[in-house]
Design a protein around this ligand. Structure first.
Ligand SMILES: Nc1ncnc2c1ncn2[C@@H]1O[C@H](COP(=O)(O)OP(=O)(O)OP(=O)(O)O)[C@@H](O)[C@H]1O
Length: 298
């Protein structure tokens, strides 16, 4: 079932077209990512989904409804950006305040416990660490028992351990049946968490796929470079399984391909009693795919 449907969305600020042509749909139970460079139009897109902005063109549906429909507010959880809470508000007070906006709020204490905030329930907002504030903002987005949660720049400013804890939380949220729309700058986060990703560039969707599908769409997977310890005939590696291209100059060989390429190349070299010196193996990842997809017009 489609939970969020965005078709040919357009939105301008004055004469600046922030979103020119964005389309994607999010299915129930997915963690769906939106990635794009600064100013690509991610936040504008998400604000149209949240009902905070009216599109100039195209169509947005959330749970089959117009995002301006008050019923959407009850079913969509939106994460607050940092420092949108008063310093002195206590964690439990913030949760109870937000719970009062919803028809069927989640019980506050179990939710705080799930997000590791139980022992901070009486703490003032200003006394929370960055990670705790982030967890509170996620808890607040879940307090209305939403079917869909929109999380924007989730782990900015968190240390590596807090980021990983936050990732586990997001997976836990999904495992509790909530569909998650995640806006992120971090490729490792998108690669780790998202079932599918829309890449937005200059106000347009340029690709939608699984993380591995995006990587496969633009790159051949693995690049192996090395310097042979002895003469190697130009066609020596041509029959190695998984090879896409081979190039060499006076100094080094570069082999691109897929699968277990490094192992296959090493075996072929060993069979010829050649040792790969200065061996370097680069595995294509989402970051390289993202750069390839968004570099074209800049
Ligand atoms: N309220 C506004 N008024 C005028 N221009 C805006 C406004 N909000 C955003 N923009 C411009 O619209 C474009 C898209 O902005 P948007 O915030 O949607 O991008 P983004 O992908 O979320 O960027 P970032 O990753 O930097 O948050 C940018 O050029 C931005 O400067």
């Amino acid at each position: 079932m489609t939970v969020i449907d965005v078709q040919r969305l357009q939105k301008s600020y004055g004469d600046h077209a922030a979103v020119r042509d964005v389309s994607f749909s999010v299915e129930r139970g997915e963690i769906f990512g939106i990635i794009g460079r600064n100013g690509a139009g991610k936040t504008t897109t998400v604000e149209c989904i949240e009902g905070l902005r009216r599109p100039d063109g195209g169509e947005v549906r959330v749970l089959g409804l117009d995002p301006a429909d008050p019923a959407v507010r009850q079913r969509l959880g939106v994460q607050l950006q940092e420092s949108q809470l008063p310093d002195r508000l206590r964690v439990r007070e913030a949760m109870e305040l937000f719970a009062s906006f919803y028809d069927r709020p989640a019980p506050v204490d179990p939710l705080l416990a799930r997000l590791g905030l139980a022992e901070h329930a009486e703490q003032q907002y200003k006394r929370l660490s960055g990670g705790q504030k982030q967890r509170l903002s996620i808890a607040l987005s879940l307090v209305g028992s939403p079917e869909v949660a929109v999380l924007d720049e989730l782990t900015t400013g968190l240390d590596p351990q807090a980021r990983r804890e936050t990732w586990r939380l997001i997976e836990d949220i999904r495992d509790h049946g909530v569909t998650v729309l995640l806006v992120t700058h971090f490729m490792d986060e998108a690669e780790q968490l998202c079932d599918r990703i829309a890449v937005i560039d200059q106000g347009r969707t340029v690709a939608i796929d699984t993380p591995s599908g995006l990587v496969r769409s633009v790159s051949s997977g693995v690049t192996v470079t090395f310097r042979p310890s002895a003469f190697l005939a130009p066609d020596a590696l041509a029959a190695v399984p998984g090879v896409d291209s081979i190039s060499s100059d006076d100094y080094a060989w570069t082999v691109t391909g897929r699968g277990n390429l490094a192992h296959e190349v090493s075996s072929a070299l060993a069979a010829r009693s050649v040792v790969p010196l200065s061996l370097n193996i680069v595995q294509a990842d989402l970051e390289s795919a993202f750069i390839a997809l968004t570099d074209k017009e800049s």
